[in-house]
Ligand binder design. Sequence first.
Ligand code: AMP
Ligand code: MG
Length: 393
Amino acid sequence: MIRFEEAYALVLSRVVTIQKPERVLLLESLHRVLAEDIVSDINMPPFRKSAVDGFACRMSDLRMPLKIVETIAAGSLPTMQVEPGTCAKIMTGAPIPLGADCVLPVEDTRLADDLYVEFTGMEAKKNICELGEDIRIGDVSINKGIIIGPQHIAIMAALGYHQPLVATQPRVGILPTGDELVEPNIKPLGGQIRNSNGYQLVAQTKAAGALPSYYGIVSDSKDATYEVLAKAIAENEVVALTGGVSMGDYDYVPEIMEKLGVTIHFSSVAVQPGKPTTFGTLDNKLVFGLPGNPVSAFIQFELLVKPAIRKLMGCKQLNPTAIRLPLAEDYRRNRAERMALVPVKIIAGSAALPVEFHGSAHIFALGNADGIIAVPIGTTKIDKGEIVDVRPL
Ligand code: AMP
Ligand code: MG
């Protein structure tokens, strides 16, 4: 049995980032990993522009009525210079005329007659956005390796990246094993249970930004396991099996992995839940034998498989940023040989409350959880109010 930190380091040391980026249409890049730096080809703003609807004038002229010489709409250019005693009516986003050094907002002015305007405010502010104050030509606005969100789509649109370069999505083969399993559309009969892991892993793979392939339920037979696993390894960069990795009579997964030439790097991790988690490689292919119990499979996918998928895509952030919160109630456990992973609910953004959790088969606990906390080996208690790191789900 190895410690989680060791297992994590071993997995990541085996990941070879896929060097085959592709160009996609801007909107198709959402949630993909950016594979090029986004460099500005323009200054923003591209010209000195007004920040308000109002009157462009000279700061030194504020105490007198100002003659309105023209109106400048957004998208049009000034035709006149602002001379002493004059101003130009101007719209938000329109270029500032020469000679003006401030814009009086409409709401701080009063029309003296059709041709003159007076300042009625207390003090004048500039209200001018300077050329290039947001970004300059050649500036890097986004570094490669981020996961593209809607805000990055806006930046890429502004800078002309209509076909950004993104990382190729790794293919992940998903193989739930177990003779007791039936698919969700079937009412389980004696001894049967519905296959939740298969769908869970497909969803986790999608959420991690990779491409899942679902291979269906694999029966607890050496031949069937051999055949489907061989195919999945051939067709994917990552394979995630569930079940068949514990000590039962029909747990064949590690044996078949080895028979197929997979080198097993670990087969037991000091975590709870998830102890029988198994990991092997064949060339650059990553094979994860996750436990059959749904919570174990879920958490170990999050902790080990997801960072591996992200590294395959060259993503800079392999894990979600933890949220530091006080624990909402005392946590106690009797034994502490393994690192415990405890599902918690975040209460109104102010504390982490462990949810009712009966163990590794209790998938319903995760339905109420916002995150998980890790209780280190050797720690049997965390008191209410102590600060914990919540890993968001
Ligand atoms: P195993 O690791 O194969 O011994 O399975 C451990 C437990 O997880 C057993 O109670 C299984 O019935 C259950 N289990 C295995 N695979 C799945 C699955 N795909 N969906 C839901 N439960 C499963
Ligand atoms: Mg099984």
